[in-house]
Design a protein around this ligand. Structure first.
Ligand SMILES: [Zn+2]
Length: 350
């Protein structure tokens, strides 16, 4: 059939031979009659091992496929049974659908994705299925994802973070594996009970294997970590450390600004000798120069930093400390450790 490839693509079916496509007046739907390609035939529906045919089963069967525009479509094929040494007599595997499912894999995947993106009403109306069907589909898609391996296995260095959504009214706790960079767990909430849920799922043995935990400085995270993996090293995560340094720098900048303003009012006294009257404004607007990473500075901002170094050594020193700390996390590894040692020896020289 000339259009077979088009049809195969439209109904989202690979590894299938399209025998014919027809419009079924009774169900007002497009029906693609297919059969699995030879390599996919005669396999157990559960384990997909090749095994002997048992009988013709209940004859032909239909699977709901993705709609073609506004028209519903189905895949129709034989559903013979095979005899698997492990799973007994079962319906043979079909490459376009999960075992026992009434929808194609492409349909399942579309519904599962929609369920994460739109409202319940939108999914059921758009896909023309009942809400409990959505539930069943999500469950079988999730089971496949889970079967790829327990994501909580082999964790040793993890990061725990809170993410806010709905404009900060709701929170998610997320756990990432620092060694693979993958998200391994997430749950709505920001409290001890939710946090304990993660360690409950992890179990005592795998919790004991955790060596490092990075998090922001929330008490409730630190407490649960200390209770469930007492031997793990707790660290602040790089993002928050640099943020604290940046906040501290901003504090020093604000002091410099206030001092310069005061000096402007009481000219010639104390600090005013050091900072000229018109400087207040310049400190106020030095913010971005101080914040930005040096490699991103514009020439003007570079000049501003040079000016700060000359005018207010204290503020410039705070800037260098912030940059030094950022550098530690930018270079990472052994070089990062050495940079951190240097950084730690710095403030004592003040
Ligand atoms: Zn089997």
């Amino acid at each position: 059939m000339r259009n077979a490839r088009v049809w195969r693509a439209l109904v989202g079916v690979d590894e299938a031979v399209v025998e014919k496509v027809e419009f079924d007046e009774g169900s007002r739907a497009v029906v693609g009659h297919v059969r699995p390609v030879r390599a996919a035939r005669g396999r157990c529906g559960v384990c997909q091992r090749r095994c002997g045919r048992y009988d013709a089963g209940e004859g032909r069967r239909r699977w709901r496929a993705l709609d073609l525009g506004s028209v519903q479509s189905f895949i129709e094929a034989d559903a013979p049974r095979v005899s698997c040494p492990e799973h007994g007599v079962v319906v043979a595997h079909v490459p376009w659908a999960r075992h026992g499912a009434g929808h194609t894999i492409a349909f399942d995947e579309t519904v599962a994705w929609l369920a994460t993106q739109c409202s319940k009403t939108a999914v059921t109306a758009l896909m023309r299925i009942a809400w409990r069907t959505v539930g069943a589909i999500v469950a079988r898609v999730w089971a496949d994802v889970d079967a790829l391996g327990d994501r909580l296995d082999g964790l040793s260095r993890i990061g725990i973070d809170e993410i806010s959504y709905k404009r900060g009214r709701n929170y998610l706790i997320v756990v990432v594996d620092h060694d693979t960079g993958r998200l391994v767990w997430a749950a709505p909430g920001r409290d001890r009970a939710t946090m304990r849920g993660f360690f409950d799922q992890l179990g005592p043995e795998r919790s004991a294997a955790i060596t490092h935990v990075s998090a922001d400085q929330a008490d409730w995270i630190a407490e649960v970590v200390a209770e469930r993996c007492p031997h793990a090293v707790q660290c602040a995560d790089a993002f928050h450390i640099v943020k604290w340094a940046t906040d501290a720098l901003d504090e020093v900048r604000r002091q410099a600004w206030n001092d310069a303003r005061r000096a402007g009012q009481t000219k010639g006294k104390g600090y005013g000798n050091r900072v000229a009257t018109g400087d207040a404004r310049r400190f106020k607007y030095a913010r971005y120069a101080l914040w930005k990473n040096p490699e991103n500075l514009t020439d003007r901002q570079r000049d501003k930093l040079a000016w700060i170094a000359k005018t207010d050594p204290r503020l410039h020193r705070a800037y260098l400390l912030k940059e030094g700390l950022r550098y530690v996390f930018a270079v990472k590894g052994e070089a990062g450790k050495q940079a951190l040692d240097r950084w730690l020896s710095e403030p004592s020289r003040v």
